[in-house]
Structure formats: C-alpha cells, structure tokens
Design a protein around this ligand. Sequence first.
Ligand code: ATP
Length: 369
Amino acid sequence: MNIQTLYLRDFRNYETAQLALSPGVNVFCGENAQGKTNILEAVGLLSTTRLFRSGQKRDAVRFGAQQAEVRAAFFAEKRDRTVRAVIPQAGRAQFFVNEVKQKRLSDVTGVLRTVLFCPEDLLLIREGAAARRRFMDIALCQLRPNYARYLSEYGKLHENKLRILKDAEEKPSLLDALDDFSFRMSAIGGHIVRYRAYYLRALMEKAQGIHASLSGKNEQLSYCYHTVSAVPDPFASAKEIGMQIWEHMCAHRAAEIASRSCLSGPHKDDLELLIGGRSAKSFGSQGQVRTCALSLKLAERDMFYDSTKEYPILLLDDVLSELDAKRQDFVLNRIENGQVLITCCEPEKLAQVQGGRMFLVSQGTVQQV
Ligand SMILES: Nc1ncnc2c1ncn2[C@@H]1O[C@H](COP(=O)(O)OP(=O)(O)OP(=O)(O)O)[C@@H](O)[C@H]1O
C-alpha cells in the first residue's frame, strides 16, 4: 500500500500543497513549527478519521478558512484508489472513498492503513500499564474482530461491576448481582488473556529481531506478560483461564467490596519490556526507550503485513533525535518494503538518505529536493 499523491487545502498551516510521494522512504525536513508533522497528521486523518494531536477535527481548518480538505491517491489491493476528507469549520466532517461519500466513519477507517510512531509513543514504555494495554488492544482490535467484541463486552461488564461496588454502601442489595458480573467478566477475560498472550508472542518475536538490528546486536529485548496471578499459563484454553480468573475474583471478593474497585481481571494486565534482562521503564536510557518503542511499532507493521499481505504506511514523527548514527541509518535506509514518511529537523540528515524522496518544509510549503 502506498500513497502516490497527497493534496492539502486549508489544512493546518497549508493553504494548498500537492506532494508526489515515493513508494519507499519520504523524508520531510525543516525547522520547528514549519508544518512537517501536519503532513503526517493529514495522512493519519485519512487513515483513522481522527487527528492524532487534537480531539476536534475542526482544529485542522487553517486559521481564518471555512473548511479544510485532504485527499490521497493511493495504491492498495492491486488497484488505484482515493480517499478524501472535507472538514468544515462548523458541522460534520465528510469522508469519501473513491469519491463515494461514506455514511459511517468505520467504513473509512483502515481503507488507508497506517502505523504511527510519534514522540508521545515513548510514554508507551515509561508510563503506567494503561498505555501498554491500549497499544495491545488497538492493534489486536484491528487484526481480530472477535477480540474487539470481547473487549467491548468486558468493558461494559467492568463498568457495571464498578457501579455496583461504588453504590453498594448505600444500597447493599446491589451486591446480589456482583457474582454474576464477576463470573461473566471471568469467562470473557479468559478469551482476552489468551488473545493477548498469542499476539504478544508473535509481536515480540518480530520486535526482538528488529531491536537487535537497530542496536547493532548490542541489546536484547525481551518481555513478560503480566496477567492475573492465578493464571499460570496464558496459552491454556479460554475456559480454563476463565475459571482461574473466577477463582481469583472469588478470593478477592471481600477486598473488592472493601476497596470499591475491581481488583482482579485482565483490565489490570501489563506488558513488561526488558532490555538486556532489565526493565526498560526503570533503567532504559532515552535512546534505548526510543529504540524499544520503535521496534514495537515496526513489529506491529509486520504483523499487519502477515495478516493482509500489504504493509501499512509507516508515519515516523521526529524519531531520529536521541538515536545514535547507527540507529538513524537503520531508520533512514534499512526499513525494507512499504512506504515510510519521516519528519526531521536536521538538513544534514538528508545527505544520509540513500533512496526515496526528500522534501524541505518551510512555513506551510513543501519543496522536493
Ligand atoms: N489550524 C491551523 N491553522 C493554521 N496554522 C496552524 C493550525 N494548526 C496548527 N498550525 C500551525 O502549524 C505549525 C506547526 O506545524 P507542525 O506541528 O507540523 O510543525 P513541525 O514542522 O512538525 O514542527 P516541530 O519540528 O516543532 O515538531 C505551527 O506554526 C502552528 O501554529
């Protein structure tokens, strides 16, 4: 899958811009605040229907303009296709696939597939477990529709159980339904844990190879999937895991009531990442953490390829800072197959790029060099 041309009108700081992209690496270089990330954000919008930096789509409309427009002509599934977004300052955004207006945003999501790596992704390693669960869940939901259904059902049960625990002090009869919710959460939790275990095993196998190449074989990435302590084997059958979670919930019933919170279940899972056997979160340097997060993203891209036989477009925002020369060379020249869009601030980096296309970005204009 690759974008051939990208057109922007009144999008962020661009009045109009038309870019012809390479099917391989495309580097966007310029000083701070010139519009490099805005280009990646435009592609992200066409892929996910969202702006990765703002909750409100209208933030993308150029100051003083009435509506923004972004269009990509791209090649996917062996044919030429287009996707276009029109975002008015007031009112709903509209999306078109092959110039046919789409009724539901879900029909647009994934038509153009992207994997984004931005500076915030470093939080994936450094932050709490919720960020890593989100990373697993977003990838798994796209690859496995059944997982998305289990996760949504589990989320609803979790919310209801939490309401019961919170309100039980005022209305103790609510506790009559507690075990029913716990049992259903356990049963669905069994599926969630099993999906995560298999996904992480495949993902981390790829991430380990990528991390070794990125670090020149100097560092070894490993992982530990932490789930409910009563589950000794997350690869066991969903039924078996579900029963183990149920037993754990029963053992913590009194504590859950006392603390008015759900103490047991895969909503507390974590993915621990280790570099050379030590926690990346606690001991990793900036560069190591960046390498680790990047390896996970590149592995996610390979997982997409395995299931769709097409590489999603890789959007790398400001990845090069903090990486040493060897790691930068890997990013610029050795990510094989698929289209890559990279932003960077240092023009001297352009000299290191051995193929692809380079662009200078300045005050909302883009010039190929
Ligand atoms: N709706 C908008 N209308 C006009 N300009 C906007 C709008 N939204 C953001 N901008 C401008 O876009 C510029 C930022 O662009 P962008 O984030 O792409 O910069 P960048 O080149 O990636 O910078 P850095 O290297 O600092 O990350 C800022 O000057 C900002 O004021």
